[in-house]
Design a protein around this ligand. Structure first.
Ligand SMILES: [Zn+2]
Length: 228
């Protein structure tokens, strides 16, 4: 079972067979109907890069829920460890190295073409055999997505479509074709006027390219349960 909640922007809660992952938890983003730190305690927070709209409320969540661990590129992990004064609660890693969480769960930080204040920007693949989710982070289109699709066969891809700082709808449709997931959920759009790409345009390009995928358009705060 995979349950996915979108908080708006690039922020998600993803529950894979009972293990809860938050990615880029900017809970206080303008689209999210609730600005409260969730009562739900994630097992892991994965941060793709340290821009404010992605690091978000990571530190507040980790202070509220003292079992939650952070997974990110080494430099961000070190920074968060200093902030919460708990080195044992961060897992610093680097691009391409599978991180073994036990019980068959793995996290991989992936290439993302973007900037970051600390370390490199990344995307992430996480989950377990047959139930991997790919969150592309903030990125331009990259051929690495083809390898990610072939190697991990993600069931779901969470893809930025807003343009300007990341892929726009056309690039995102091309990315979806390369990744070849069963489901695709667009993100990182319309939070601000400048990231203007829309799910309708994304759909138009998916149709044009004849991409075989189920497009799921979530409203901020909405959750979807996928039987996989
Ligand atoms: Zn961003």
């Amino acid at each position: 079972m995979i349950k996915i909640k979108w908080f708006g922007h690039a922020a998600f809660s993803v529950n894979i067979d009972g293990k809860i992952f938050y990615v880029d938890p900017w809970i206080k983003n303008p689209l999210n109907p609730s600005k409260e730190i969730p009562e739900e305690a994630p097992d892991y927070i994965i941060v793709t890069h340290d821009h404010g709209d992605h690091l978000g409320e990571t530190i507040d969540i980790m202070k509220k829920h003292n079992k939650t661990k952070l997974i990110s590129i080494y430099e961000i992990a070190s920074y968060v460890a200093e902030q919460i004064k708990a080195e044992e609660r961060v897992i610093g890693a680097n691009i391409g190295g599978p991180i073994d969480l036990g019980d068959g769960y793995k996290v991989i930080l992936t290439v993302a073409h973007h900037s970051s204040g600390r370390g490199n920007a990344t995307g992430t693949v996480f989950g377990r055999e047959g139930k991997y989710v790919y969150h592309a982070g903030d990125t331009g289109l990259t051929y690495d997505m083809k390898i990610i699709g072939e190697l991990y066969k993600p069931i779901v891809a969470l893809i930025p479509i807003g343009g300007h700082f990341t892929m726009g709808p056309m690039e995102a449709a091309y990315a979806t074709q390369m990744i070849n997931p069963k489901y695709v959920i667009p993100m990182h759009y319309k939070t601000f006027p400048i990231i203007a790409g829309s799910p309708e345009e994304f759909k138009k390009y998916l149709d044009e390219l004849k991409v075989k995928v189920e497009l799921i358009i979530l409203k901020p705060g909405e959750e979807v349960k996928l039987e996989v």
